[in-house]
Design a binder for this molecule. Structure first.
Ligand code: NAD
Ligand code: SST
Ligand code: ZN
Ligand code: ZN
Length: 358
């Protein structure tokens, strides 16, 4: 609570339809009876934050006014509403930022696939402000306790890990499955960590960037890498992937959303295998329809996650997944604009940029 006296200004990173990224001072939010006031201690910058800032939209989600960024966050509970039962001030928490309606009349909430709730409030998807701010009021139901030995940074990285785990869960990955991961950004790398924990072998990962492939090797030394050059023929890339893998893939986790990469993933897959697309990209994309058809290749997609945070936290807490090496840059909240520059400038070679507040 002392923090509210020591740092009475609720700083936040906001953007606008004219791409004006700035630090703003907001009110310290009032908490409802089921909410906790959280001091956000660590936030990662997601590619979607950069995208909303630079391009003003992701598919149908459009920036139409001033709005706040950030949905990869962890912090410490400062105050609890009168009906809160599971938290008390001082608890360390990761924030699940998609808050669905939870009404019994909502088919998706009632049946557990709450990531499809049409009335979800996803903090940081316009028009809802994100949690990249000093103080944020969050519903108790969507906070997850962090054990003392899991850092705030790791707690914030539970968000991209949850995306990867949700994809891996629905992809049906099994022990000793030959796996290809396309893209070695934070989602590809967290997928690699999770697939390693799940026992995939062999694993090939691709990227356009040698630095990211080197990071993949540093994380999981047994992973095999394929450096892709822009404009290369998809079938030729697939042949190199298959050569590295020593066989065709049973499963491809596609973590770029880039059409040509999806094509090489498809061509590297065996008859009856699956291509599981986590990456998002252009609204309309071509697919090699008859190749998929004649090879009974399943093409599936992931949209966010549901019921994954507790699993992600337990894997990190048990030491089965080490997220710490993903952090490449650290900034203070007051340096939020510089942090976004690092996250969006290729020359900075960022993997995961963290914004921290003491
Ligand atoms: N499905 C979901 O719910 C969900 C959630 C979060 C993120 N995403 C999406 O997942 C994707 C990955 O996220 P990220 O944070 O890792 O993004 P990122 O941009 O940091 O990483 C993507 C990587 O793909 C590489 N790449 C680009 N084109 C390639 C190609 N042709 N072949 C091989 N590699 C190529 C890039 O060099 C980069 O390293 C993004 O599209 C993101 O929007 C989806
Ligand atoms: O990690 C979650 C993703 O970034 C979001 O779904 C985003 O893409 C749209 O709000
Ligand atoms: Zn995200
Ligand atoms: Zn709902």
């Amino acid at each position: 609570m002392d923090i509210l006296n020591k740092k009475p200004v609720n700083l936040a990173v906001h953007t606008s339809p004219d791409h004006d990224l700035r630090l703003v001072e907001c009110e310290i939010p009032e908490i409802g009876q089921n909410d906790c006031l959280v001091h956000i201690r660590a936030s990662g910058i997601c590619g979607s934050d950069v995208h909303f800032w630079k391009h003003g939209r992701i598919g149908p989600m459009v920036v139409t006014g001033d709005y706040g960024l950030g949905h990869e966050s962890a912090g410490i509970v400062l105050k609890v509403g009168e009906s809160v039962t599971r938290f008390e001030p001082g608890d360390r928490v990761a924030l699940e930022c998609g808050v669905p309606c939870s009404k019994p009349t909502c088919f998706y909430c009632r049946t557990g696939r709450y990531n499809a709730c049409p009335d979800v409030v996803f903090f940081s998807t316009p028009p809802h402000n994100g949690v990249l701010r000093r103080y944020h009021a969050h519903p108790e139901a969507w906070l997850h306790k962090l054990p003392d030995h899991v850092s705030f940074e790791e707690g914030s990285l539970v968000e991209p890990l949850s995306v990867a785990l949700a994809g891996i869960d629905r992809s049906g990955l099994r022990l000793a499955d030959p796996l290809v991961i396309c893209g070695a950004g934070p989602i590809g790398l967290t997928s690699l960590l999770a697939a390693n924990a799940a026992g995939a072998e062999p694993i090939v990962i691709t990227d356009l960037d040698e630095g990211r492939l080197a990071k993949a090797k540093e994380l999981i030394p047994r992973v095999r890498t394929v450096l892709v050059e822009k404009g290369q023929d998809s079938k030729a890339i697939a042949a190199r992937i298959v050569e590295q893998l020593g066989q065709e893939a049973k499963l491809v986790l596609e973590c770029t959303g880039v059409e040509s990469s999806i094509h090489s993933g498809i061509y590297a897959t065996r008859f009856g295998g699956s291509v599981f697309v986590i990456g998002v990209g252009k609204d309309f994309q071509n697919i090699p329809f008859m190749h998929l058809s004649a090879n009974e290749i399943d093409l599936k997609f992931q949209y966010r996650y549901h019921d994954v945070y507790p699993k992600a936290i337990s894997l990190v807490a048990a030491g089965m997944i080490d997220l710490k090496p993903l952090v490449s840059h650290r900034f203070k909240l007051e340096e939020g604009i510089e942090a976004f520059r690092a996250a969006s400038t290729p020359a900075a070679r960022a993997i995961k940029v963290q914004i921290l507040d003491e």
